[in-house]
Design a protein around this ligand. Structure first.
Ligand code: ATP
Ligand code: MG
Length: 408
């Protein structure tokens, strides 16, 4: 509101724009507020104390006010997208043309919070400026491309993924003409940068509507191009995705989705799946490691856990990926998950718990005159196993055992 007021006082238009207007009108809390204006980036920078010109080239200036950052963007028309990432050029233009460059009608609404611009009254105050019929589509819960769907996808194929994500997140349908165009263009998604695809998929998987998003992707034929795999066949299952708690993170959701799609998790499967998804979605090292650990811990729980020693079970239980694997096991085999949970309760009851601080450390071994080397780790592991199993309960016993392993 303050950003808009400054623009108005200086004689410029200032509207809330895009996703925040859509969310306000739906009674949802917007994730962030974007402002659109006829002021050029040069003027915007002069009007506010704290600005950053992240995309001034594209007409976008970040305005900071206290803790808040608002994206203030000059009304613009996008040129062609020859690199499939961002428009080659932008031309500053009118609010109407700015609405026309946006992806879906429900994302192309403006809201003048001061109500000075002519338009329908918004429930939260102010007026709605609608050049593309977004108000009707919002009421009818429809995702519809602005203008000719085929052309809009040819400009930027990422819009197909955005349609799936938004339809899922909002609980909307995709207008049949738009959906048909997305199916026709599904292969085009392969040409979009892996970073952008990864960001959209991460946002889908991080949201409670993840199973619906996966279903849309299947129905629109987007799975193969997005994940860089063969087109999935048979019935679409979202059993694992739908079974996750609503607030789950995007990485465990990717693990769940990979199981729904029949990617491997046993043996080399976990590594291969994680590697493939890393490449397709430009995952970070941490995300890839977590995905792989989740899948391999799941395989361990299903195949080997029951026969493993106390120390090995505790070591697995302390590993990254174990909790996520348990969430998946609860969906796949509730009875087995129940067994593991009660075993974990028992494991936590002795030997200092599941992952106690080691009683004997490398420093102790050095004090005892041992030189760091391959034997070093074997001794530490052996003493720690004994601690986990409750055979060693204090430092004195630990050092004694270390001596028994040949350290004097
Ligand atoms: P969310 O609430 O999930 O963030 P959003 O619609 O706000 O959804 P953003 O990525 O934040 O999505 O984009 C903000 C606005 O920018 C959109 O509402 C839309 O008007 C426009 N936009 C974003 N990406 C595209 C695109 N690829 N093509 C055309 N317009 C886009
Ligand atoms: Mg947004």
């Amino acid at each position: 509101m303050r950003v808009v007021a400054v623009l108005h006082t200086a004689g410029f238009a200032g509207f809330f724009a895009g996703g925040c207007v859509r969310d306000e009108l739906l009674g949802r809390r917007p994730e962030d507020y974007d402002v659109a204006t006829d002021a050029t980036p040069e003027r915007i920078v002069k009007l506010f104390d704290r600005t950053a010109e992240v995309g001034a080239h594209f007409g976008v200036v970040l305005v900071r006010d206290g803790q808040e950052t608002t994206e203030v963007a000059t009304f613009r028309t996008d040129g062609t997208y020859s690199d499939k990432r961002r428009p080659d050029s932008v031309r500053f233009s009118t609010a109407e043309e700015d609405a026309a460059r946006r992806d879906f009608t429900v994302n192309a609404l403006f809201l003048d919070p001061t109500g000075r611009t002519a338009g329908a009254a918004a429930p939260s105050g102010g007026t709605i400026i609608d050049y593309v019929g977004g108000t009707q589509d919002l009421a009818a819960k429809i995702i519809r491309a602005v203008g000719d769907a085929d052309k809009r996808l040819a400009e930027d194929d990422l819009r197909s993924l955005r349609a799936a994500r938004l339809a899922a997140k909002l609980g909307f349908e995709i207008e049949p003409g738009t959906a048909a165009a997305i199916r026709r263009h599904s292969a085009g998604l392969s040409g979009v940068s892996r970073e952008r695809i990864g960001d959209e998929v991460r946002r889908m998987m991080g949201h409670e509507s993840r199973a619906t998003a996966a279903r849309w992707m299947w129905e629109l034929g987007l799975v193969a191009a997005a994940l860089g795999c063969a087109a999935p066949a048979g019935e679409c299952s979202t059993r694992h995705l739908a079974g996750l708690p609503a607030e789950s993170g995007s990485t465990v959701a990717m693990a769940a989705w990979s199981l729904d799609l029949g990617f491997g998790h046993e043996g080399e499967g976990a590594r291969k799946t994680a590697q493939g998804w890393r490449r397709a979605l430009c995952l970070s090292n941490e995300e890839k490691d977590e995905l792989q650990a989740t899948l391999s811990e799941l395989a361990n729980l299903e195949k080997d856990w029951a026969g493993q020693s106390v120390a090995v079970q505790k070591r697995h239980a302390a590993r990254g990926g174990f909790e996520a694997a348990m969430m998946l096991l609860e969906i796949r085999s509730p009875a087995l998950a129940q067994d593991v949970r009660s075993k974990l309760g028992w494991l936590a009851s002795f030997g200092g718990g599941i992952a106690p601080k080691p009683l004997v450390t490398g420093d102790h071994l050095i004090e005892m005159g041992m030189k760091p080397g391959p034997a070093f780790k074997r001794v530490l592991d052996g003493v720690y196993d004994a601690q986990l199993e409750g055979r060693v309960t204090n430092l004195r016993e630990g050092l004694e055992l270390a001596r028994g392993f040949g350290v004097s």
